[in-house]
Design a protein around this ligand. Sequence first.
Ligand SMILES: CC(C)(COP(=O)(O)OP(=O)(O)OC[C@H]1O[C@@H](n2cnc3c(N)ncnc32)[C@H](O)[C@@H]1OP(=O)(O)O)[C@@H](O)C(=O)NCCC(=O)NCCS
Length: 227
Amino acid sequence: MKPSLSLALDADERACAGHPRTVVSLLLRAAYNAAMQPAGSTVEYKIRDLPRLETPRLVLRALSLGDVDDIFAYASDSEVTRYTIFERHLSSKTTIEWLRSVVDMYRDGHPGPWGMELRSSRRLIGACGFRNWETQHGRAEMGYTVTRAYWNQGYATEAVRVLIDFGFEHMNLNRIEARAVPANIGSTRVMEKAGMKFEGVLRQSEFFKGAYQDLVIYSILRHDPRR
Ligand SMILES: CC(C)(COP(=O)(O)OP(=O)(O)OC[C@H]1O[C@@H](n2cnc3c(N)ncnc32)[C@H](O)[C@@H]1OP(=O)(O)O)[C@@H](O)C(=O)NCCC(=O)NCCS
């Protein structure tokens, strides 16, 4: 049986040291350095009770079935889904199914997705999180989506910065990646503004929207400067 360790986090309203730009409300109860594990053993990290993360204008919080209307509003917008790996939601049934899967993901200890809520109006304007979390390699990939009416106001960049801080400080990551189709300039700008470095083009690396898609890949390492 492989050993398993829970990295349990809860919202204890403590400021996260080192990055005054973000206030990350977290209490780190247990930390573990995977590099110290004997060869061949696997450590499983889990995030229990997805913590609430705060930025100057946003609160990143767990999603629930009550968010169906706000999520459907952007997930059904063909402009929003033009370059995404997920297909446009044709009815709110799809959104409800997705939200149910999200609740299961929280239960299983996945890091996100977080809903992006505006502090000013408490409106949910998007979602962001990690996927492909490879604990053995200290690596994960970020994804993010914002409702069209709120594009180009810096919200995705603000959320990505706090995710990067969270990934390095509380998920024991060494490398955070993000990918986008080359035509998705808004997404690549977010990566650049958050201090991620362009590494190249992964040719025909994923199949979605009916075709093998080239993806640009950006990354940031634990010791790279953060913006
Ligand atoms: C990608 C996305 C999340 C960006 O969100 P956002 O909140 O608008 O991002 P920001 O405002 O932080 O940054 C966007 C940047 O891209 C720039 N930009 C957007 N479209 C552009 C274009 N066609 N050409 C040049 N720059 C562009 C904006 O000007 C801004 O840069 P600036 O601050 O230097 O002016 C949003 O467009 C979105 O949800 N798109 C649909 C879903 C998606 O594609 N997700 C990513 C999948 S990889």
